[in-house]
Each structure stands twice: as C-alpha cells, then as structure tokens.
Design a protein around this ligand. Structure first.
Ligand code: 8ZB
Length: 481
C-alpha cells in the first residue's frame, strides 16, 4: 500500500470497506448512511465533541474511567453504575478483539456466560455487533468512547461508530509501538488512515466524532517531548483524513512542574503545528492520564497516586482526566473501586478548580524546553518525509530519530533512555539518535548530574530501574536503598 498523507479517495475507501466489513459476520449489519442517521439523532448530551467543547469553554476538567467486561448486560450494568460519578464514559475493548481474533473472542463470551462473570479483559464489541453496541449506547445517558489498543481497528471503528459511540481512541503509531511486536509501522498507519477517513466521512455528513490519540504510549518514564511528537503527527494525519475534533493525550510523569508544562505545551504545540499545516476550524482539547506505571498495592497509597494525578490534571488545565482505581496493582477493577477512584478525583478537582492556576519560572522553563525538543524532532521527521509525514514517521522510527522508551515493537529502536532528575522530572540519560539540540542535551545532563551528586552515585541504568519501581515503592525518585 502506498503510504501518502492524502485523504483516501472515496473509491479506494469503498473498496477497502468491502473487505473490512467482511472481517467478521457482524460487519454485514453496518450501513454508513443508516449509521449517520442514527448518529444525527443522538441528543447533544450524548455527543463527546459537545462535552469536550463545553469543558474547554468553562475551563472544566472532565472525569473518565476505563471499563470493559465480556457480556453485554454486564457492560450495561457497569457503565450505568459509573455514569453518575463521571462525565464521559468508556468502553474498554478486550485483548482478542485488539488483535482481530474474533473467533477467540467468541469463545471468551461463551465461557464468560458459563462462568456467570467476565473472563475477558474488555468488551468484545465486534462480536456483540451493531445491535449489541446500540443497546449499550441506548441504555446510557452520557457520551461513550471506544478505548482499546488495536493496530488494525477498521472493523471495530465501522461497528462502534455506526452504533453511536461518539469518540474513538488510538492511532497508527500509539497503537502499534507500545502494543504490537511485529506490525510494520507503515501498515498500522495506513489502517488508521482508514479509521480517520471514516471519521472524516461522518464529519462531512454532519456528525462530529472525537478522535483521541493515546498519549501515554508505554506508560513508563516517557519524556513529554517523545509523546508530544507522536500526538502531533497523529493529529496531522487525522486532520488530513477529515477529522475535526481531536484530543491530544499525555501520561502523568509525576513531577508537578513538568506535568503542568507538558499539558500546556501540548495544546500550544498542537495549535502551532496544525495551523502551520493550514488546517482550521478544528476542535483541539487535551487529556491527562493518571499515572500509568506501577501502582502501590495498598489502596490507601494508591489513592495518593490517584489524587496527585487529579491535582496535576486540574492545575494543568487538561480538558479531561483518565482516572485510575485503587485496584490498579491487581488488574481489572470492581465497579466499587472504579467509583472510588472517580470520587477521590472529583474531590481533588472540585477543591482546585476555583483556585488560580499556578505559573512559575520553572514551569515556563520546562514549557520552553519541551517546545524546543518537539520542534527539533518534528523538523527532522518532516525532512525525512520530504513532504510526506507518513513516510517521515516510518523513517524516523527506522533511524531512531523517534524512539519510545520500553516499547516492545521491532519497529522501535529502543536506545533513547530516560531517567528522573533530583526533583523527579524526566530527563534524557541516553539520547540515541534523537536530534535534540546540544544546549538542551546539556540541560538534561546537568539536571542528571545534580541527582548523581546528591545520591553519591554515577548516573546509570540502575537509576532508571530504581525509578521504574519508585512509585509502587512509595516515592517518586528511585533513591538508592
Ligand atoms: C491503557 C491500558 C492500561 C490501563 O487500563 C486499565 N484497564 C485495562 N482493561 C480494563 C478494563 N477491562 N476495565 C477497567 N480498566 C481496564 C488498566 O487497569 C490500566 O490502568
């Protein structure tokens, strides 16, 4: 498949659609015009783009959990049990569906029915099909989003969008590099151009669907500039396919100054690059994911992590926060645990939302640093692409210009290495082939040296390992034992 950054033609799209809808019997129920009519009939309070627009208008930070179980009635009960303590709803999709293994998802459904409880780690929306997904949407009073990790998410998009989901998470980079081992990047990017074109066709028919690239990536010490570059590239690729409502994401790193700077710079860089590319009339918002790394097992300590994430999201002015639960260290949370994480987050945000957002010289410095890093990397990506950012992205990963720490994908170089500085901010210990300017690299090195001196040890991979375990062990910086 030629990889170009051009809106897919209607012919190419229709041809590919035939084959996509044939991927599982439930695809046969999907009819685009019927899906558009269903979407147009949804009331505004069930439309994600409306909720995000109002939140940015009023300066609110919306709360959203993750939630997905195998069976339809249980998913309806679960989301019904969550919707009074959150602002927008998820449906987290199971791992079989994420890898297009619908036959095994069928078995998972049957075994869950026999067991009388969910034996899957998410909702198999393709197997439940248009009817099941519509029943879910109709049972709820708030907007619902598809959350998953699918390199080839075309059939999932066709079914869930026609069913009335009004937001779709993911992208060709963010759902490949952290989620797949050997899916060629060109292929996942191309498949996500289909998903974005489908959203573009809904948009052209008057239905605004929100698209949310997955910001945290591997969720392990990812420096802000690294995920920001992925967010902006996926935003540009989506805009070219006709998407006009985009939420750029970022995973909490832990240092408050850096997290606030990360969210503020993400929105500003989004505006900068999207308007420089000539796009206008789009809706841009941000989402802050509460800590995605290892969690303390004790629920009391888990609440500490959840509340720091809630505070950071509010102080940063994020449009939305993805909420964790006190069961994070165990696995799929119970409804009660999910509700408790949301209520603790709501308490924190309510207490902060009336306060003046803090600014400081440190936040300004961090914001400026992130912007310089992103501009340096993206200008190299554009150069590599010779006018085609899709090809530029592939070449950037092949050459290590873009490199995501701790990613399983063969497409990822895996040389760039982050480490926390003495205040817990993420710095670059090993730059790999990242084209960061020398003075920026010197800034990172000085910050790391400061920690090495205060800990009386050399900066090393040992520090990184200590940082990976620090928060589950009760702190931010992985100090020597
Ligand atoms: C981004 C994926 C990791 C996060 O996603 C949560 N997660 C995964 N699957 C489910 C599910 N089926 N229901 C509720 N939360 C879920 C994990 O706990 C973790 O925080």
């Amino acid at each position: 498949l030629p990889l170009e950054n051009k809106a897919l033609s209607r012919d190419a799209f229709e041809q590919e659609r035939e084959q996509t809808l044939g991927g599982w019997p439930t695809g046969a129920d999907v009819n685009f015009e019927e899906g558009v009519r269903y979407q147009l009939d949804l009331p505004p309070e069930k439309r994600f783009s409306e909720a995000m627009r109002k939140a940015d208008e009023t300066g609110a930070t919306l709360l959203q959990p993750r939630a997905g179980v195998a069976l339809l009635q249980e998913q309806i009960e679960l989301l019904t049990g969550l919707q009074d303590v959150c602002d927008v709803l998820p449906t987290t999709i199971d791992a079989y569906t994420r890898h297009n293994r619908y036959q095994e998802a069928d078995v998972g459904i049957a075994r869950s029915r026999e067991a009388g409880r969910s034996l899957m780690n998410g909702f198999p929306a393709v197997n439940h099909g248009l009817r099941g997904c519509r029943e879910l949407v109709e049972a709820l009073s708030k907007p619902v989003q598809v959350r998953h990790g699918t390199p080839d998410a075309r059939l999932l998009a066709e079914i869930t969008l026609a069913a009335g989901f009004t937001s779709y998470e993911g992208g060709g980079i963010c759902y490949n590099i952290p989620y797949a081992k050997s899916v060629p990047l060109a292929r996942s990017i191309r498949h996500w151009q289909y998903c974005d074109r489908l959203v573009g066709l809904y948009e052209e028919a008057g239905v605004r669907i929100n698209r949310e690239p997955f910001g945290p990536l591997t969720g392990t010490l990812v420096p802000p500039f690294v995920s920001h570059c992925v967010m902006i590239l996926e935003g540009l690729l989506a805009l070219e396919q006709g998407v006009r409502c985009i939420t750029l994401g970022y995973g909490q790193a832990g240092n408050l100054v850096q997290d606030i700077a990360a969210i503020r710079s993400l929105r500003e860089l989004g505006e900068e690059f999207f308007s420089a590319a000539g796009y206008e009339g789009y809706q841009l918002s941000t989402v802050f994911h509460q800590w995605m790394g290892g969690f303390p097992e004790e629920e009391s300590k888990a609440y500490g992590v959840i509340c720091l994430g809630a505070a950071a999201a509010s102080l940063a002015g994020a449009t939305k926060v993805i909420v964790k639960t006190p069961h994070e260290a165990e696995g799929v949370p119970t409804l009660a645990a999910n509700r408790d994480g949301l209520k603790a987050t709501r308490q924190m945000i309510n207490m902060l939302s009336e306060q003046v957002k803090p600014t400081s010289a440190e936040i300004e410095l961090e914001t400026d640093m992130i912007k310089r890093e992103v501009r340096a990397v993206l200008s190299k990506v554009f150069e590599l692409g010779e006018g085609n950012i899709a090809v530029g992205t592939v070449r950037a990963f092949e050459s290590g210009v873009m490199d995501i720490p701790f990613a399983p994908a063969q497409a990822n170089a895996g040389v760039l290495m982050p480490v926390r500085d003495d205040h817990g901010a993420l710095r670059v210990l090993e730059k790999g082939n990242s084209p960061l300017p020398d003075d920026v690299l010197a800034f990172h090195r000085d910050k790391i040296d400061e920690r090495a001196r205060s800990e009386g040890r050399e900066a090393s991979f040992k520090m990184v390992v200590d940082d990976v375990n620090a928060i589950s062990d009760g702190r931010l910086v992985g100090r020597p034992k």
